[in-house]
Design a protein around this ligand. Structure first.
Ligand SMILES: Nc1ncnc2c1ncn2[C@@H]1O[C@H](COP(=O)(O)OP(=O)(O)OP(=O)(O)O)[C@@H](O)[C@H]1O
Length: 287
């Protein structure tokens, strides 16, 4: 991938800083005093049960939901006052399907390149580069509607990467995928991150995925982060509280959220475009 764009105006600032972030839908507080810091260059996982407020927090960070000044900063830029500056630094893969089944992979990514203002003369090369980075070069000219579930997610990853973001935000990128397709998505994320130094903020229900792929994890429950640390720190923290046996991350989660998270799941092939659409519809209904 092309290297990250010029460094942020405010050097030394964390990739994301939320300070007392609140967001309510009517009377219902979806995010309720969230404090969160995502360090530059790390993969940070926001973990929590349905309704914990993960997606709402993510949408506030992406500037898709309005927030008050000084509640959320991205590389030092205030999400309330400097929305465009924030957006220029972001790549976002939402929970909802963002690829169009009736366009080819290349056309889907090209559309994002236009929306994100990739200079016209660089566009074709950047689109090809993004598709190559997620291993879709050979399938680039097929309709996305013919892709498997894993390919659809990788296509959405390419859409988010085409603008060479400094911060990639992924909302449950592997939901409904089989373990092989999940690994395929993560492999590409790690490759691009290693090449560009981009920061990754990801939400997931999958404990084992967070354990394996995230440098640090924030456990979210009822609109707030209840515990934060590396997976080892979180386990060690619970052990110090007198757990009878060596605690697992699942134990840590139960301790803070009082319930379990989802385990594995998905079909062997990672489903197809329609499966992805219906899994995510179901997921958003459940939420
Ligand atoms: N558009 C909306 N209108 C009203 N309430 C909403 C809306 N979006 C989310 N909520 C509510 O806000 C709370 C937090 O939802 P959110 O989607 O942020 O949680 P989540 O942790 O992302 O859950 P999931 O894992 O299911 O995606 C929930 O109680 C949810 O029902």
């Amino acid at each position: 991938m092309t290297g990250a764009p010029a460094s942020a105006a405010v050097t030394g600032a964390p990739a994301v800083r939320c300070t007392g972030l609140e967001y309510a839908f009517g009377d219902a507080k979806a995010v309720d005093g969230l404090d969160l810091e995502v360090r530059t260059g790390e993969v940070f996982g926001l973990l929590g049960p349905n309704g914990a407020g993960k997606t709402t927090a993510i949408r506030a960070i992406t500037t898709l939901l309005p927030v008050r000044p000084d509640m959320v900063r991205v590389f030092g830029h205030d999400c309330a006052r400097e929305q465009m500056a924030v957006r220029r630094l972001l790549g976002y893969v939402p929970q909802q399907l963002s690829a169009d089944a009736n366009l080819t992979g290349r056309e889907n990514v090209a559309l994002f390149a236009r929306v994100f203002d990739v200079p016209r003369r660089e566009r074709a090369a950047r689109v090809a580069e993004a598709l190559g980075a997620v291993d879709l070069g050979d399938a680039a000219d097929r309709l996305a509607g013919t892709y498997s579930g894993g390919m659809v997610r990788r296509l959405e990853l390419a859409q988010a990467l085409v603008s060479a973001p400094r911060l990639l935000i992924l909302d449950e990128p592997t939901i409904g995928l089989d373990p092989i397709a999940r690994d395929g998505v993560w492999e590409r994320i790690h490759q691009v991150r290693a090449a560009t130094g981009m920061t990754v903020l990801v939400t997931t229900h999958y404990m084992e995925e967070a354990d394996e792929h995230c440098a640090r994890i924030g456990l979210m429950h009822h609109g707030r982060v209840r515990a934060v640390g590396t997976p080892d720190e979180l386990r060690a923290g619970l052990a110090r509280e007198g757990a009878e046996r060596a605690p697992t991350l699942e134990d840590v989660f139960r301790h803070y959220a009082g319930s379990a998270l989802a385990g594995g799941g998905g079909t062997e092939e990672g489903g197809d475009f329609r499966d992805v659409r219906s899994t995510r519809r179901t997921a958003s209904r459940v939420g």
